[in-house]
Design a binder for this molecule. Sequence first.
Ligand SMILES: Cc1cc2nc3c(=O)[nH]c(=O)nc-3n(C[C@H](O)[C@H](O)[C@H](O)COP(=O)(O)OP(=O)(O)OC[C@H]3O[C@@H](n4cnc5c(N)ncnc54)[C@H](O)[C@@H]3O)c2cc1C
Length: 408
Amino acid sequence: MNVTESSAQRGPVLIVGGGLVGASLAIALDAAGIAALLVEAAPPRAAAQPSYDERNLALARATVNGLEAIGVWRHAQAGATAIEHIHVSRAGEFGSVRLQARDAGVDALGWTLPARELGAALLRRLDECTRLQRLAPATLEAVEPQVGGWRAQVRTAEGLRSIDTPLLVGADGTDSFVRERLGIAADMHDYEQTLFVCTVTPERGHGHRAYERFSDEGPIALLPLADRRCGLVLTVPAEQAAAVAAMDDDAYLALAQRRFGWRLGRLARPGRRYPYAIRRVAAARLTAPRAVLVGNAAQTVHPIGAQGFNLGLRDALTLAELVARAEDPGEARLLAAYAARRAPDREGTMAMSHGLVRLACLPQPALAPLRSLALLACDRVAPLKDVLLRHGMGFRGTPPQAVLERTP
Ligand SMILES: Cc1cc2nc3c(=O)[nH]c(=O)nc-3n(C[C@H](O)[C@H](O)[C@H](O)COP(=O)(O)OP(=O)(O)OC[C@H]3O[C@@H](n4cnc5c(N)ncnc54)[C@H](O)[C@@H]3O)c2cc1C
């Protein structure tokens, strides 16, 4: 049987995956009075959720506006650190880009927050939802098409449960089971890089500055955190990952210092190191009849540009906005509008993240003068800088209403 458009089947919007994006979508739908059911494989504790971990998220200004609008930020803001300046440079080349909050007339371009703290805030906010149903731990095992929707088989501690839905949402991450069951192809690229995340304390205060520094060996980023600490993100070729993981703290700090330089003085007191293998995954389509993909299930980008969650939240809030206005949450018109609204932001952000890795990390000496010129141009040419500032703050394409600035 095929999924048909007419006569929506009864039942809640079914969100598969309660990671950072799926949980945000569930909250936004609940706030809009839409009946939804969230199915998450991990138990409902921040420590159990795979992506509520030690990665430090750079949240764009638009993202924080969105989290505020759905009532999450008040649970998270105490742990967040403002990013007032961004400094992008490349080792051994002249030219750099410096973005400043004051150039945009705002107090902060974004905020840094450990993912575990955002996860805890999402869980607190989920507990406040009134219409939302949650199943966790519970795993989607199968979906079959029905007239006007889908029938999902979900494995819970009590056994297999059948759930009918007029709209199936795949928020189940990079290796999305929903995407695969919908027959949506995905373009995958293994960067053959491993990214290490830890915290360090630099000799000099970070001054609310986020640094991104490229070199032939790969990029390194330093994000401002509370108590003078910084989140250090260091990328190495995959074949060096085992050796880097085995380094003692002194050797690791020496590597980080060589890559980052001495802008903040000596780097000290490294915390525990967490490794991540890096892939790019792009779904060929965002929708299927009465089904839609959001977040990493739709696109997984290189963390170098700090865009994954920022982009995924805009997916979630755009979908919630459209569903809130529609009679039937899975109607073809709504899904077409969703795909059209998300396309410019999605394509632009994916191209930017991928282009950044290619241009900035690959050892191509012939490109060096061009790269320096590009960095200089971005820094000095006002219209270019304005676009960078706007995009850096997460305002791309036609953003969802929830992320726009609100006047008090
Ligand atoms: C090191 C690192 C640093 C990053 N830094 C930034 C940053 O600075 N800024 C930024 O914006 N982004 C950043 N990102 C990206 C960001 O973390 C991701 O984009 C975001 O976590 C994606 O969320 P998601 O909910 O789409 O997917 P996930 O977090 O992967 O969640 C998917 C969820 O689905 C569940 N699931 C899977 N299959 C099933 C099933 N069959 N049934 C039920 N549940 C299922 C999983 O348990 C999981 O909880 C970073 C990523 C990394 C790795």
